[in-house]
Design a protein around this ligand. Sequence first.
Ligand SMILES: [Zn+2]
Length: 494
Amino acid sequence: MHGSTWHVGAVLPAADVPPLGAHTITIGSDGRIATLAPCDPSGLTAAQAALVAMPALANAHDHGRGLATLACGVADAPLEHWMIDLARQPRVDAYDTAALALARLAGSGVAAVYHCHNTQDSAALLDEAEAVSRAAHDTGVRVAFGWPFFDANPLVYGDHAVLARFFPPDRRAAIATMDQGLRSCATNMALFERAQALEHDTFTLHYHPVAPQWAQPATLAAIAAASAASGRRVHTHLLETRLQREWADAHFPQGFVPWLDAIGLLSPRLTVAHGVWLRPDELALLAARGVTVSVNVSSNLRLRSGLPPLAQIAQAGVAMGLGLDGMGLDDDADMLREIRLAHLLLGQPDRDHGGPVTLPDSQPVLHAAWSGGRAAILGPDDGGGRLAPGAPADLLLIDRRRMGQDWIGDGWPADPAWLLARATRADVAHLLVAGRAVVRDGQVTGVDEATLAARLAAQARAARRATPPDTARIAQMQAATHAFYAAGCHCGQP
Ligand SMILES: [Zn+2]
């Protein structure tokens, strides 16, 4: 790793520090910021003066979707319906998928991502993890890989023998036993041990019980114990949809989140994704246990999940990260737009409270994007999320010329309000990760993004021709699961 020097017109050092003027930033050969010193703005080129340096972004929940779901004919729809449609996705190369997904994230300023792995082939999990590990190395993006533990409720939240009744007789036996062939916790833990050989500077493994409804209670407890023993982090989806809320309330009448606490899962090592249907008392418990909530507002909008209680999360003092979930608003993996959306939603008035208006505050959302999510990915002691000597040289440099083109003040706007109002991936000039220029002049440097995209599309089209999706079976499955939920079977109705 070589050191480098950057001259910029402005610096946003951290969420709780006001903007600074022109600076020279030097990066040491150790991948850390060596110096951050004011410089004479009159000595900067026009391009340098337009740059604003800030901590690189963290995407605290994603799935590494190199091939968009929409591209596969999977239309946005409520999660439970949409997930069945995912069977339309063709098998493609795991490395190309991950490398393209990471390249796109880098292009929107993301230096660190939580990658919840969805297997294409459950039997190939170790190979797929190796491919993601290689993609992390080649792109330079820091990846926390969520090793999936998925051993309950594969088709619906509830009894699959009951679901089978909603199918024609010839399908019932297969449906009723669908939840029995899943990889056991013990087998998966052994595989997880082997996978630790794949770890490197920018690739670490975390436990990922996919969600409480998708893991056996004993599996959740085993992961909680393993995390406490090893210090490894845990990440799980939690209460993303109304149907999940109903399932949880019906199955844990003593309190769902308190039950997660009782089995030891709630800790500062835990991140929960979505939390759309969390209640105030549950948020208070999460705050008390130091849990991070990773919110995904674009995904929630697109999958009709509802919106997370952002103001309540902030008020409860729960640590927050932001995630794209592979489902950005315009399907373009734009983390900057995701930050804008979260910021705007966080600042809307509460219809249950009167009194004076609340002024916009950029701190909570910038903290989530720079620090909160990063801590969920890299742990709390990484020293990043702010620009200061000694901190990891994970820097995002934004070119303000497009977004500030109608600015009537001197120079370029430095207030983060501008960033939050207008920045998109089009404005990303450079991204450094541990000092390495992962994006330079708007181009990803570690992989050839256009070639990867073309290769992946060609593979997907060939796979689609060779093995078209069984659309009749998908429609049958969707109709049966709709009927199951409509009858209240997820709440234990017989
Ligand atoms: Zn997700």
